[in-house]
Design a protein around this ligand. Structure first.
Ligand code: PAF
Length: 269
């Protein structure tokens, strides 16, 4: 695996996995998926200040460069790309807009976050020109908005969704989990438990009822819990075909998000 700050001489087709570092087994599964699609696999590490509306969150974002190299190489990356801020944002900053969907759910609690995500992903795509780009389903709203942006600005790139990787307790892997105490990690299990319960219900009404459990947890401060229509990222209704349960909130000052597809594809009240 080569480590570079500027991308040159890429073999095509290439598969691309953008990250902000602090890699874990979830990122490795994205890299392995990329390796199934192409021999050249570029993994970027760039902590994008534009997507942190909270400067404290940016300051606390874990940095594990040596560990990242080991994990990326082990999973099959051929190039580890650590672009400089200057190469990503050379001139005057022109932010992309994530529109109404970017201001809903995560966007309510993290204003401007998705504008920052789309702006950096667009720049990373311009510089890497991959055939495939792989994103985890854990950040489902991000995945939705990136698919929308790529369809408009980079129709030649195939956006590949990869499933969420969970630990043995069901907790979705996230770079933020390292900031939780043992007690916090235990408390966080409630998220996947409630998601499982709600997503296995067979009507929207009963799924929403099951979702209310998350409001009763002392250790978890809820930002939102909802069932969305996967095609539109709006609140699901009786006409929705593919639906997904999404939850976000706080434990020990750490923000956690997760989601699960409804097991019954046709959910009716
Ligand atoms: O999901 C992430 O790690 C980031 O939002 C991404 C896609 C690398 C953009 O900075």
């Amino acid at each position: 695996m080569k480590e570079v700050d500027l991308l040159t001489d890429l073999n095509n087709p290439c598969a691309f996995v953008p990250t902000m570092g602090a890699l874990h087994a979830g990122h490795q599964s994205l890299i392995r998926r990329a390796r199934e699609l192409a021999d050249e696999v570029v993994v970027s590490i760039f902590v994008n200040p534009l997507q942190f509306e909270n400067k404290d969150d940016l300051a606390k974002y874990p940095s594990t460069p040596k560990h990242d190299s080991e994990l990326a190489s082990e999973a099959g990356a051929t190039i580890l790309w650590r672009p400089s801020y200057q190469s990503i944002y050379p001139g005057e900053l022109e932010k992309l807009s994530s529109g109404q969907i970017g201001r809903s759910f995560e966007g309510v609690h993290r204003p401007g976050h998705f504008d920052g995500v789309l702006t950096v992903v667009n720049r990373l795509f311009e510089l890497s020109r991959p055939k495939y780009a792989i994103f985890g389903e854990k950040d489902f709203q991000q995945l939705f908005l990136i698919k929308e942006m790529a369809a408009k600005l980079h129709p030649e790139i195939q956006i590949i969704a990869a499933p969420t990787i969970r630990d043995n307790s069901g907790l979705a892997l996230s770079s933020r989990n390292v900031r939780l105490s043992d007690q916090g990690l235990e408390g966080a299990q409630v998220i996947s438990k409630v998601l499982s319960a709600s997503s296995s219900e067979s009507s929207l009404t009963s799924a929403r009822q099951a979702l209310k459990q998350i409001e009763r947890q002392d250790s978890f401060t809820l930002d939102y819990a909802e069932i969305i229509d996967e095609e539109s990222f709006q609140v699901a209704d009786e006409s929705s075909i593919k639906t997904r349960v999404i939850i976000a909130g706080w434990i020990e000052g750490v923000r956690l998000i997760d989601n699960m597809a409804m097991q019954n594809s046709l959910v009716r009240a």
